[in-house]
Design a protein around this ligand. Sequence first.
Ligand code: 3EB
Length: 312
Amino acid sequence: MPPDALACLHHGEPPPDADPRRLRLPLPRLHGPAAELWSAGRPVLAAGSEQGLHWAHDGQQLFAHLSVAAEDVIAASEDVYWRLERLVVHHGFPYWLRTWNYLAGINAGEGDGERYRQFCLGRGQALAARSDFERHLPAATAIGSAEPGLVVAVLAGRKPGVALENPRQVAAFRYPRQYGPRSPSFTRAMLLRDESGAGAAARLLVSGTASIVGHATRHAGDVLAQLDEAAVNVEALLRHAAVSHFPDVGEPMWTPESFKVYLRHAEHAEAVRAAFERRLAHGLPWTLLQGDICRQDLLVELEAVYRWDGPG
Ligand code: 3EB
């Protein structure tokens, strides 16, 4: 494991060395490398495991994760978010930057009993207890898993990032009531500016992005049209981040660093792989995973990390 790896995401069994930075994602891999490193380019200073929580930090950012049973989704989600909140505060990284959430049977249950909506309730109950919580929501991904339980990972900062919304989309935390009793507690992207002079000058952590315009699903039943709409959403977000926070730089300023694509049906893998290579991958390695998207009518979702290396 490289000394600057905050986490290693495994698609398949990790080596049995009990390194707290290893996290096995509970999703079948359809394309891409068997493991991905998450790093900000700084050496890891401390890491540990206690009471099922695993963490590592580099002095600026802390990555933590845990896996729990989730029969009662509301209680399990609230409990997990409280445990992570206590951990990040205890270590001095109180700003939530980004989360990843993988929940068994995310679309099971009817209406407000759907497990995703229950997850949103539990997560929201924990996060809303923090002061001014809508200004400090993390970027996020929430995907369904065929394995039991709930896996949550968080990247937290010593300092806050800048939460960004997408001009093409209603903020998820303002979705209307029809999508559930508690709107999803996440922001569309987190902008991290690095003044230290090491590594990138800025990174943009783009949340799971789907074929949603306003608050409505577009192109139900058409996976390639959904992929295209999601890509347009990401492009709108990149433009918005550039003009609102780097007005002197102009675009295009962002270089893609990594992508993950989540696909509901494995039989769409070949078509999505070809379309993604053409539209977005730019020759970068990327990962295609099989998982349920949190709305029944969504077939595909993508997340990304972009970097900007600064002027000159
Ligand atoms: C959406 O835009 C699609 O509940 O944490 C994407 C990313 C989605 C994160 C979450 C949900 C979440 O509403 C779904």
